[in-house]
Design a protein around this ligand. Structure first.
Ligand code: MG
Length: 264
């Protein structure tokens, strides 16, 4: 027997999905979450933005700022002639003798997620700090060390993925020279009010997918044979890659500025 039209309409417009969609998303009669204006399970709280994650691990998500995609260094400052610039070779950014730091044209912060891939020169040459040395600098002054630490020992607070001169990584997760390695870094920049430090910087670092710095507080700017201090700077700053005289190769560099969901 054919169902009556009114029955079909009733089934259509009272489907569980539609009924569910019409309901409020959450609650307003629950306690307030301390420090916020939101109730527990508050359906009026802003929804997180929808983004598209990268296809493969390490790929930039849709909201990333791509600093280097293997083609050019347009997102970085250029040196004034006659000083040479970093080169792009086989999809990688490589330091050139005398070029100095590779500095982003843009300023980023205060909280940043950064993905970068690097490979130490092969065949390996040099020892200790002289083997595959470079670095990733946040705000231009806080260095996450890049160093070929595969069967190459140095002072622990200067090895790969250390907060240089401050904190060694939890483990040495280094790959062989010539093999690409990943850093995924969450860097929370310091906050200042005038000249006064209100909140120090923190770094979380994954080296080849392994957590090696777990929300570690920085003492101040990193440096060689020094204990760094904080000196007030803007909430956004450049990303710099170090030229330490070793042709470390970099690729797939992207970052995201991290903003709380309630302020997006
Ligand atoms: Mg370095």
């Amino acid at each position: 027997m054919k169902p009556h039209l009114s029955l079909l309409l009733a089934l259509t417009f009272t489907s569980p999905l539609l009924a569910q969609d019409a309901k409020p998303l959450g609650y307003q009669d629950t306690p307030l979450i301390p420090g916020t204006q939101w109730h527990v399970h508050d359906g009026l709280r802003p929804q997180p933005r929808v983004i598209t994650p990268g296809l493969n691990p390490g790929d930039a998500p849709s909201d990333a700022i791509v600093l280097f995609n293997g083609k050019n260094l347009d997102q970085f400052k250029k040196n004034a002639d006659p000083k040479p610039n970093w080169a792009v070779e086989e999809g990688c950014a490589v330091s050139v003798k005398g070029a100095g730091y590779l500095e982003s044209a843009g300023a980023f912060g205060p909280d940043i997620q950064l993905h970068i891939e690097w490979a130490a020169p092969t065949p390996a040459s040099g020892t200790g700090q002289g083997r595959g040395n470079s670095g990733v600098f946040f705000f231009g002054i806080y260095e996450i060390q890049v160093l070929d630490c595969y069967e190459n020992q140095t002072y622990p607070d200067g090895q790969a993925a250390s907060l240089y001169g401050q904190m060694p990584p939890l483990v040495n997760a280094s790959r062989k020279p010539g093999e690409f390695q990943t850093y995924d870094i969450i860097f929370s920049g310091p906050r200042f009010e005038g000249d006064e430090l209100k909140q120090p910087a923190y770094a979380t670092v994954l080296h080849n997918g392994v957590v090696v710095q777990n929300h570690v507080q920085l003492i101040g700017a990193t440096g060689h044979k020094t204990v760094g201090k904080y000196k007030a700077h803007p909430e956004k700053g450049p990303i710099k890659l170090q030229d330490h005289g070793n042709p470390v190769r970099f690729k797939n560099i992207w970052l995201r500025e991290l903003k709380p969901v309630d302020s997006q």
